[in-house]
Design a protein around this ligand. Structure first.
Ligand SMILES: C[S@@+](CC[C@H](N)C(=O)[O-])C[C@H]1O[C@@H](n2cnc3c(N)ncnc32)[C@H](O)[C@@H]1O
Length: 385
């Protein structure tokens, strides 16, 4: 007792009261964690980390799991990532990570959360890594192809053209021309391919050779930057290609009435140069046009949204980012980004990165937009220094 008193570890709040021993948390070894973790509170309405994702887990919970089971540099996987807490905490703790989810909202929420983590790490001068998002599976389509179409490309074309209310041509002028609608030709890309620049060129040439002036290109997915190719082909061959997304509703069982077929999103951007000479030239990118694809919108709301999209397409952007030095087959670097949050709905349309390039020359910047429906659209923009 004397030794404790000498070390100032005994306190008596008033004379006559029972003396008490002071103990410091830092001297305590703690209690080994059990199998019932009720010391971490759930995400509540007022939690600052709340993203709006219904099943979000608290980051303190993931931090405990990740610290207990891995070392810095290890690879953490969460294949049902939801709001992306696992990857975000892993990034903060210096682990590498892979996440997957089949929900678009989950992917988008995770992306925002990781960008937030990058910003925080950057602000505290810690390193962070670039990440990329890939669309790997076409499960619903593959199932439909097997179960309903019996795998046949011919049957796929027939169904797509029927829903598109186009006539299927019997004597085709080219194997790339499959139908006709109101005087325009129709091309249906195969079910498991992405409509590429080469495809666009081949279809435009086939349509021109057959004397066509307009051709609908119906596909499930389109390669990035197709608009530029399409504009060039239109000039060269005087054939207008209309890029139309095949709507997923046609896979619905017992679907008889045609769902709307809509043209794919339009995105345009241009560089903004500041500074005088080449050496101190600062580059930013300006969004000049965005028209979302309304392919995911319920038919009831389509007309109203169409009008709004034409009038103010930027209202439909939820997030956009710029990689100022983009290379094909390399991950997209989020050099600059802006997005709407639940509290702040404003969005800049000119980046504020003030990018300085080391050497004069030509560079390719990539602009990625994610709209309020969760759809990604990207284009490249040439930057000349
Ligand atoms: C309970 S939530 C995960 C919540 C997450 N731990 C968080 O903190 O936000 C489960 C997630 O699994 C996804 N999911 C369900 N089945 C899946 C599958 N077969 N492949 C990938 N993701 C799937 C759902 O979309 C959902 O986002």
């Amino acid at each position: 007792m004397q030794s404790l008193i000498d070390r100032g570890l005994v306190v008596q709040t008033r004379p006559g009261t029972v003396p008490m021993r002071k103990s410091y948390l830092s001297d305590s070894k703690g209690v080994q964690v059990g199998t019932w973790w009720d010391d971490i509170s759930m995400i509540r309405g007022w939690s600052h980390e709340k993203t709006g994702f219904a099943t979000q887990k608290p980051s303190a919970l993931l931090e405990r799991i990740i610290r207990a089971t891995s070392e810095p540099g290890d690879l953490v996987g969460d294949f049902f990532c939801g709001s992306g807490v696992t990857g975000t905490v892993a990034e903060h703790l210096g682990r590498r990570w892979i996440m997957a989810d089949l929900g678009r909202f989950a992917i988008h929420t995770s992306r925002k959360s990781l960008i937030e983590a990058q910003r925080e790490l950057h602000a505290s001068e810690k390193s962070y890594r670039a990440f990329d998002i890939y669309n790997l599976g076409r499960y619903e389509r593959q199932w439909w192809q097997k179960a309903s179409l019996k795998g046949a490309d011919e049957e796929h074309r027939r169904v797509v053209l029927e829903f598109f209310q186009a006539e299927m041509l019997q004597n085709v002028p080219s194997p790339l021309i499959h139908g006709r609608k109101n005087g325009a030709f129709c091309h249906v890309a195969s079910i498991d391919s992405m409509f590429s620049r080469q495809d666009a060129s081949a279809v435009a040439r086939a349509a021109a050779a057959a004397g066509g002036r307009e051709c609908y290109c119906l596909a499930w997915e389109f390669e990035m930057d197709l608009r530029l190719t399409v504009a060039a082909l239109e000039q060269e061959l005087v054939v207008k290609l209309k890029l139309v997304q095949i709507p997923r509703e046609i896979m619905e069982r017992n679907r008889k009435s045609p769902p709307p077929f809509l043209e794919m999103a339009v995105l345009e951007a241009e560089p903004v140069y500041r500074g005088k000479g080449k050496e101190d030239r600062l580059v930013d990118l300006k969004l000049t046009k965005f028209l979302p694809s309304l392919a995911e919108v319920p038919t009831k709301e389509l007309q109203a949204l169409k009008e709004r999209a034409v009038k103010s397409g930027f209202d439909f952007i939820d997030f956009w980012a710029v990689d100022f030095d983009w290379h094909p087959n390399k991950p997209f670097n989020h050099h600059w980004q802006d997005y709407r949050t639940r509290k702040d709905r404003s969005l800049k349309t000119v980046s504020e990165a003030g990018r300085q390039y080391a050497k004069p020359g030509k560079y390719t910047a990539c602009v990625k937009v994610v709209d309020v429906f969760g759809c990604d659209t990207s284009i490249t923009v040439e930057v000349k220094i």
